[in-house]
Design a protein around this ligand. Structure first.
Ligand code: NDP
Ligand code: OXD
Length: 314
């Protein structure tokens, strides 16, 4: 079997080695410009049009991430670039869910325990008591209750937060999380929330969802944690909401333009915390093991999970 690996920076060697350990019988190559040769499987991240040209024998395309917006584009039109009838498969967890739970829990607890305020006091050498927040006043809303969102919501629940979550389709479980779905359930999920966590995929339905209209429904002085995609956020609306105090602070891991340009106003916004898209890294060993396992299953004629529904866009 032939496996072709593509990365925009051309650094594919570690994935070639990793996959070869799991699939010693496979011919594995990194993509070079002009490579239109047949391949059974494509493994890629943010592909160019050339690598997606129809290839003889192609059976599946594996995305080196959970979000497939780098393939489909924020408006879903990239679907036309995909070879017809070839499944697109995304990463499922692969070590990202624990990382995401750590990151979001740390940010939420920082706000709940007022650690950001104590940091500011320390800078002024101030020894000053701050009234503790009460869990009852700190409902947390998680947008997206999939692989990552559900894991994050459950982690937050263990600290005693009243957690609500929102999905597209109806969900039931015994987690004690208040589950809402669809347009009709949106308001109940976000109304009065003190912390808003975004873990939605970027699709035509979710682009720009973090806007003034949504911020106005949260509690006054709410906190935003965006760990999904930069294009979910209307940046000007966040800056306005920070100015008015409607949003008291934001933790942002993803941005419309990455790396965030040096002159971007977020760098200077006092209550914005920035990380460089590291909330859940793609872990090579876990990723390679998952993709190799799915390739082996397909080769045996078995069904696999994680196939993207191209009509839904995730
Ligand atoms: P999943 O596909 O497992 O979950 C997506 C969730 O969003 C599902 O609950 C889904 O609903 C819900 N959803 C999708 N569209 C809508 C909609 N229109 N209205 C309401 N709910 C909707 O994805 P993952 O949890 O694996 O990943 C989520 C995103 O996290 C990725 O797409 C990626 O953008 C981002 N990410 C960011 C990383 C980082 O480092 N910053 C790392 C990894 C991922 P339903 O349950 O009904 O299908
Ligand atoms: C992903 C990411 O989608 O790393 O996996 O952002």
């Amino acid at each position: 079997m032939d496996i072709l690996i593509y990365s925009p920076d051309g650094k594919t060697a570690a994935y070639e080695t990793g996959l070869a350990e799991h699939l010693p019988q496979a011919n594995i190559r990194g993509w070079q410009p002009g490579d239109t040769a047949p391949a059974d499987y494509l493994v890629l991240w943010k592909p160019n049009a050339e690598v997606l040209q129809p290839r003889e024998g192609l059976k599946a395309i594996f995305n080196l991430g959970a979000g497939v917006d780098g393939v489909l584009g924020p408006h879903g039109d990239g679907v036309q670039r995909l070879p017809a009838g070839v499944p697109l498969v995304r990463l499922e967890d692969a070590g990202m869910a624990d990382q995401m739970a750590q990151y979001v829990s740390a940010a939420t607890l920082r706000y709940f325990r007022r650690l950001d305020e104590f940091e500011a006091q320390q800078a002024q050498r101030q020894w000053k008591f701050q009234k503790p927040n009460r869990l009852a006043d700190f409902p947390v809303a998680v947008l997206g209750y999939g692989t990552l969102g559900a894991h994050v919501a459950r982690a937050l629940k263990t600290f005693g937060f009243a957690v609500r979550a929102w999905s597209r389709s109806e969900r039931h479980d015994d987690s004690g999380i208040a589950l809402h779905h669809g347009e009709a359930g949106f308001d109940a999920c976000v109304s009065g929330a003190r912390v808003l966590v975004n873990l939605l995929p970027l699709t035509p339905q979710t682009v720009d969802i973090l806007d003034a209209n949504l911020f106005a429904r949260l509690a006054h002085g709410a906190f935003l944690i965006n760990v999904a995609r930069g294009a979910h956020l209307v940046e000007a609306d966040l800056l306005t909401a920070l100015d008015s105090g409607q949003i008291a602070g934001a933790t942002l891991d993803v941005f419309r333009t990455e790396p965030l340009p040096p002159d971007h106003p977020f760098w200077r916004a006092p209550r914005v915390s920035i990380t460089p898209h590291i909330s859940a890294l793609t872990l090579r060993d876990e990723t390679v093991a998952q993709i190799a396992g799915k390739i082996a299953a397909l080769a045996r004629g078995e069904a696999i999970t994680g196939i993207v529904d191209l009509a839904r866009g995730y």
